[in-house]
Design a protein. Structure first.
Length: 455
């Protein structure tokens, strides 16, 4: 290797590492929304707002449809994910046609951050306002994560991706833990700050939006767009974006038929991740409504999840280097199923057992998500990152409406959150079986990518 080639290689590596460090910061920015808003505060708070607006039988009537107040949050999450299903193909098409991924990431980040900050005005019986802001924020969150994830194969070499992806998740969980400490201080001592309990919750919700917007500046400055052959084609009029996006999605799915092993992984991921996302969004409702735990206990439990998830993501990243990503993910799915089955038997008013459940979830949460993302990045044909990660994100969140729907319908039919939470075990069992059947090394080679020594 000549001196000039060595210098160029060193410069390229330094530039790649700079982008990776910037990339981590979007996990730091948006994970607070996922943690403080979706996981901790909004579920119980929006449920209480819906109950304040409910009729004597405990039903609210959005669009004239009778809905149990206790199911309104789950249904709102499900609706937001269905709308994400429409939005992601449009975003993927725009990126592939224009090559301008970063501006679209910024637009989604700041629209979602603004909707989250607007939750400060969610008070009284304004459950419809809460549902609308949740839907806007969650659609933006989902689309921005699709765009964010699609940077991974561009900024990390194949043998780096497990580690880079795991660091990103760990970064996000560290941010979530830091903000939860501040939220806990405000909520637990709200009288000392001269605010009511409800106002403290609304401040915590709004501050998550401000955090999301402020720290999004760093990745938007460091990441760079890369033009592809497709981006040289004019994007076409804005009114045609939806049709163009769905045409591209259909084309992507048709092409995936040429890569059936990639499609098989996506199917497995769709199933088990549906369970993961539903646990994240509904755990606080289960704790508050079924187990009778107060908000302070829930905050401490989620803080425990955040701390252990950051450590778990790094630990499982190391395990993947030794045992391979697929085996490590399979082990985490078995742990998920056992943990949820144990959750069915948790006694009410027993914080210690709920903390034990939170610790078990924390240890497998970050790693299962991070390794799934990095494993999928190996299965994408080069140059088609945005459209494939659009399909991935549909599996990640855009098609994860089924879990909240199953959770909400189970509660609506039985009136028991225990039955609702145990119904999610099926997602992990089926996902385990499907993932175990995917020959990952053959799938990577079939996509035209180099196969890492350990996968």
């Amino acid at each position: 290797m000549s001196t000039q080639t060595a210098i160029a290689s060193t410069d390229e590596a330094a530039a790649r590492q700079r982008e990776q460090r910037g990339w981590y910061w979007y996990d730091w920015a948006n994970s607070v929304y996922s943690t403080s808003v979706l996981t901790v505060f909004l579920g119980p708070y929006l449920t209480s707002v819906a109950r304040a607006a409910a009729d004597p039988d405990g039903f609210v009537h959005p669009l004239g449809i009778p809905v149990r107040a206790g199911s309104f949050f789950a249904y709102s999450v499900s609706a937001s994910l269905l709308l994400s299903l429409l939005a992601m193909p449009v975003a993927g098409a725009l990126v592939d046609r224009t090559g301008r991924k970063k501006p679209l990431l910024g637009g989604c980040a700041y629209t979602g951050a603004a909707a989250t900050a607007g939750m400060f005005f969610l008070a009284g019986d304004r459950y419809l306002l809460g549902g609308a802001l949740l839907i806007i924020a969650n659609v933006c969150f989902v689309v921005s994560m699709m765009l964010y994830n699609s940077f991974l194969p561009q900024i990390a070499e194949p043998d780096e991706r497990d580690a880079v992806s795991s660091r990103g998740w760990a970064f996000g969980y560290a941010a979530g833990a830091l903000v939860l400490v501040a939220d806990l201080a405000l909520y637990a001592a709200h009288d000392s700050f001269g605010v009511s309990e409800g106002t403290a919750v609304r401040i915590c919700l709004a501050s998550a939006g401000l955090w999301w917007g402020a720290f999004s500046l760093i990745p938007l400055r460091r990441l760079r767009d890369r033009r592809t052959a497709r981006s040289a084609v004019p994007a076409g009029p804005g009114g045609a974006a939806l049709g163009q996006g769905w045409r591209q999605l259909r084309g992507t799915l048709r092409e995936m038929r040429r890569h059936p092993l990639t499609l098989a992984f996506l199917l497995a991921y769709l199933i088990y991740n549906d369970g993961v996302q539903t646990v994240i969004s509904q755990a606080s409702v289960y704790g508050s409504e079924e187990l009778g735990l107060d908000q302070t206990t829930l905050i401490i439990a989620v803080l425990l999840v955040q701390i252990l998830a950051a450590a778990g993501a790094m630990l499982m990243g190391r395990m993947a280097r030794r045992y391979g990503a697929q085996r490590t993910i399979l082990g985490s799915l078995a742990a998920w199923a056992l943990t949820l089955a144990a959750g069915f038997f948790l006694p009410a008013k027993a914080p210690v057992w709920f903390f034990a459940l939170a610790a078990a979830i924390g240890l497998v949460l970050g790693g299962s998500q991070a390794l799934s993302r990095s494993l999928f990045s190996h299965l994408i044909p080069r140059g088609k990152e945005a459209e494939y990660f659009s399909a991935y994100e549909m599996s990640d969140r855009g098609v994860s409406w089924l879990g909240p729907l199953v959770f909400g319908v189970t509660y609506q039919l039985t009136g028991s959150y225990r039955d609702a939470i145990v119904s999610l075990v099926a997602f992990f069992v089926v996902g385990f079986v499907l993932l175990a059947r995917v020959p990952v090394r053959r799938a990577i080679a079939a996509a035209g990518n180099p196969v890492p020594d350990r996968i």
